[in-house]
Design a protein around this ligand. Structure first.
Ligand code: AMP
Length: 287
């Protein structure tokens, strides 16, 4: 089946022109930012966007300010042609914004205004990735100013990112509605991720153990188990047994990611991050 190629623009001014025309026609806009190397999880956010608004914008930008010096910024997969083909075939994105770093950071990294998020940004994934979430906020704020969407779609897979962006949007009075898309998974449970391509064949076989370990914690909690420490120790052991180096497994309150109280009955979430070979994998499940 022939598909229309998605319109790709590289500059802030081209986005501005497209958005102004849509606004003049009364169209609403949904936005799903990504770092590219797209998979069905990314495309699902565009599909949700198409249900929520008349126009859908996606962006592909491997944001340098959210990578630490020892992280995979240079190695991060850049697959623009394949990404464009996937978006075009899916057929629900009106504009793909693919800026160079100079468009997003016109004064360069050294002169960039940076956001600083509160303490949650230094916990969980932030503990091993100092400055990561400040970098995410720094780029998401710019992208929202450029695209001016009515609705922003982010994935549950990066739940800490979602909660922090929710906080940023509320705290800065940003005029956008934030919505979450569910985590899309491979048939064996592994959460789809651009970083899955770092896994070799053997590691790929082991990788679903992260989802399995978190699912076991969730199931025990649902069955009434309240010894959080025991559940977390067992999950870490399960990950080590599957060849992972666990970074954290934690139970938190779902709405704000504060420490969960074993005696309470608030909705919870179990989150984990672990290294498997070259890949750092994350996942989470609502309890
Ligand atoms: P990334 O390109 O990894 O920065 O992700 C871009 C957006 O896609 C973020 O909002 C992610 O949370 C979301 N995302 C990543 N993986 C998945 C997935 N497996 N299912 C749904 N959304 C995802």
């Amino acid at each position: 089946m022939a598909t229309n190629a998605v319109r790709v623009v590289h500059t802030v001014s081209e986005v501005g022109t497209a958005v102004a025309a849509w606004r003049a026609a009364g169209d609403t806009i949904a936005f799903a930012p990504t770092m590219g190397n797209l998979h069905a999880g990314h495309l699902s956010l565009a599909a949700l966007g198409a249900e929520a608004a008349r126009r859908v914008v996606m962006s592909i930008f491997v944001n340098p300010t959210q990578f630490g010096p020892a992280e995979d910024f240079a190695a991060y997969p850049r697959t623009l042609a394949a990404d464009q083909a996937l978006i075009s075939a899916a057929g629900n994105c009106d504009l793909l914004f693919v800026p160079a770093a100079g468009e997003i950071y016109p004064f360069g990294a050294a002169e960039a205004v940076r956001l600083q998020l509160p303490v949650l940004s230094r916990e969980l994934c932030g503990a091993s990735r100092p400055g990561h979430f400040d970098g995410v906020a720094t780029v998401v704020c710019r992208l929202l100013n450029i695209v001016t969407p009515n609705v922003l779609f982010l994935g549950q897979k990066d739940y800490q990112q979602f909660v922090l962006m929710q906080h940023m949007i509320a705290d800065l009075h940003m005029p956008v509605e934030l919505r979450m898309g569910p985590t899309l998974r491979e048939p064996d449970g592994l959460a789809m991720s651009s970083r899955n391509r770092y896994l070799d064949a053997r590691e790929r076989q082991q990788a679903p153990a992260l989802h399995r370990a978190l699912a076991r914690v969730r199931d025990h909690l649902r069955a009434g188990e309240r010894d959080f420490a025991r559940l977390i120790t067992a999950a870490r052991a399960e990950l080590e047994g599957a060849g992972f180096k666990p970074e954290y497994v934690e139970l938190r309150r779902q709405d704000d990611l504060r420490t969960a109280n074993p005696e309470g009955d608030e909705p919870r979430i179990v989150l984990g991050a672990a290294q498997l070979g070259r890949a750092r994998l994350i996942d989470n499940l609502f309890v």
